[in-house]
Ligand binder design. Sequence first.
Ligand SMILES: [Zn+2]
Length: 157
Amino acid sequence: MGRMNDPFDVTPRPVEPGEYPVWDEALALVNGDLAATLPERAPLRLVALPGWEEDEDPHEHVHVALPDGTWWGNHLPDGSDADPVSALFAVAGAAQDTVSERLWQAWPVCTEHTFGMHLREEDERPVWWCPQDHVRAPVGALGTVQRPPGSRGARRA
Ligand SMILES: [Zn+2]
């Protein structure tokens, strides 16, 4: 038996652009939502931890992290970069965990109702759903319906 390998013992490594292109693309969309809602925040990024040596097939685990490299919650599920939709679900969920738990705020928030939104599936695509029972926008498209607080002329009734 190898020694128990605590994933929090090791330093995550920044993921370079192109290493996980499908997750990269999903993260770019989610970062668009972040920019539309929390413009003061720098974009999220991917970090990787080495696999556990006990695993039959040791491979690294990728997390969605704040710019300082910290995250919250589970790593992106293995194989969730097999297609863009799965990747978008995985990355949006991980981003929501990291932002809401590490920054102590509901994210993203529906600016119409000021409720924290949930990730849902509609027409086989991930969407942000507001508890006031409406779909706010597809993941990656929040910028089309809401703008950062203080920006002008962004919305029309
Ligand atoms: Zn709403």
